[in-house]
Write a protein that binds this ligand. Structure first.
Ligand SMILES: Nc1ncnc2c1ncn2[C@@H]1O[C@H](COP(=O)(O)OP(=O)(O)OP(=O)(O)O)[C@@H](O)[C@H]1O
Length: 457
């Protein structure tokens, strides 16, 4: 074919491609909601201006070594101009902002881009910009248009069982990225914070989310409730296989029963499941994950002052409660126990430090003092002032907690969705038929082997 028609065909193909691409972009824009449209406009601005803004912020390098091609086409006797190399980017917009995938170039990596994060945020008109590695030679830059921590969210649990019990989706971080806490192989979770900042709502989210699964059983000791049929958990009682109020002796009976269950499970598990760790085979209806929530936990552990007979009895019960819960946290992980210790007062005088420090995950809503923040999250929190729960003392931060996230350095603030007691109660009532005492599910010592038991279950 002569050269002219070839050029026409190539131009035609390019034009068709551009028209299709333009139509696709316009359609995507028109179908998006107003928040996503704003993010799409931002993404387009970031791509358009990147070649100019990257060098202005020092995110470009001069490549002085000419390529072979450049040498060949350079005018005789003249050295080719150095090339400016900037990190290549692609963007993806969502409701909250834009995720930018960036390829590193020599000398410009995560540290260099992080140093410019504040300037990038100013340049793009964003609330925040974060930078994390995304595999070798790649970065993920997240630009959020507004502060996700400042906007309360709500979660309404449904009746569908979660796809996995290994993680608990908790909320979103300050870059609107989902945050989940591992439940698998985690012995305990400590939740601390001032009254009214969202601890109960967080527990509602846990119960509401996992109640539809027949592979989870819940027990609650509520130090706020005077009787077992009062307080925050009364309406979800149908989905709890055990429930006690603030009576130390009743709580003692529950913790003793659970330690016995832990031991019996340990004795039976290897034979029945062929493993000493339930997470190797995942919890099931016959071998459910046992979640024990101890709310206002200090009620059950604090030593009363006074030397009269009653005080001495209560002190003995509190010490025994501490010993039993410590046992569950230290030894319960592999047999499928997760103990959640919720308290307004995380300091050593209220919660034994061995219990608190053995909890693999620690979460803190607002705190009034540095001492309480350190007790809740550990000494390292002093080095992360932005995420310190003392700075969360503001009505705008009800529902925001600080925690460590696996694989991420330091502490992160997380916006938890509000889950109302009535929504949780609805799920608990609808799933009440799934409630079973896990002790009743244990195979008898001389009973059926693993295969027979699975059938029986
Ligand atoms: N995640 C959230 N987002 C927005 N608002 C929330 C959230 N969680 C709780 N709230 C609001 O704060 C109020 C108090 O929450 P919650 O009862 O969970 O606090 P708490 O820390 O358990 O308090 P207490 O220690 O007194 O039990 C709720 O009634 C609700 O209106």
């Amino acid at each position: 074919m002569p050269p002219e028609p070839i050029a026409h065909v190539a131009l035609g193909i390019a034009a068709a491609f551009l028209v299709t691409f333009g139509a696709f972009t316009a359609l995507r824009y028109l179908r998006a909601d107003s928040e996503t449209r704003a993010s799409l406009r931002l993404a387009s601005r970031i791509r358009r201006t990147w070649r100019r803004s990257a060098p202005m912020l020092g995110l470009a390098v001069a490549d002085r070594t000419p390529t072979t091609g450049a040498q060949l086409i350079a005018k005789r006797g003249r050295r080719p101009e150095p090339r400016t190399r900037i990190p290549a980017i692609t963007t993806r917009a969502d409701r909250t902002g834009v995720s930018i995938r960036m390829k590193t170039v020599a000398g410009i990596g995560v540290d260099e881009v992080t140093q410019q994060a504040r300037h990038l945020a100013d340049l793009w008109g964003c609330a925040r910009v974060s930078v994390v590695p995304d595999g070798p030679g790649r970065l993920l830059v997240r630009a959020v248009r507004f502060d996700p921590l400042a906007a309360p969210t709500r979660y309404r649990p449904g009746l569908t069982a979660p796809a996995t019990l290994r993680v608990w989706p908790m909320g979103e971080d300050e870059y609107a990225k989902p945050v989940a806490a591992a439940l698998s192989n985690v012995p305990g979770i400590a939740v601390a914070g001032l009254p009214g900042y969202g601890k109960t709502s967080l527990i509602n989210s846990l119960i509401g989310r996992f109640a539809p699964s027949d592979a989870v059983q819940f027990a609650v000791a509520d130090g706020k409730a005077e009787t077992a049929d009062a307080g925050d958990y009364a309406e979800i009682a149908p989905r709890l296989f055990a429930f006690v109020g603030d009576d130390l002796a009743e709580a003692n009976k529950l913790f003793t029963r659970l330690v016995k269950l832990r031991r019996d499970r340990f004795a039976a598990m290897k034979r029945a499941l062929g493993t000493a760790n339930l997470w190797d085979v995942n919890p099931s209806a016959a071998w459910p994950l046992v979640i024990l929530v101890i709310d206002e936990a200090h009620t059950f552990f604090s030593q009363p002052k006074g030397s009269d007979k009653r005080s001495r009895e209560l002190a003995a019960l509190a010490a025994e409660n501490a010993r039993l819960v410590d046992d569950l946290i230290r030894k319960g992980r592999s047999v499928g126990f997760v103990t959640i210790v919720v308290t307004q007062k995380p300091t050593g005088d209220a919660i034994p430090t061995s219990i608190r420090d053995n909890c693999g995950i620690r979460v803190s809503f607002a705190q009034t003092t540095q001492e309480a923040a350190v007790a809740a999250l550990g000494d390292d929190i002093r080095q992360w002032p932005d995420a310190n729960p003392v700075s969360l003392q503001d009505p705008a931060y009800v529902g925001v907690a600080s925690m460590r996230i696996q694989g991420q350095e330091g502490f992160t603030r997380v916006r938890m969705p509000e889950v109302t007691p009535s929504d949780t109660a609805e799920v608990a009532t609808a799933t009440a038929h799934l409630t079973v005492d896990p002790a009743a599910l244990l195979p008898h010592r001389d009973g059926p082997g693993p295969a027979d038991f699975t059938k029986a279950a």
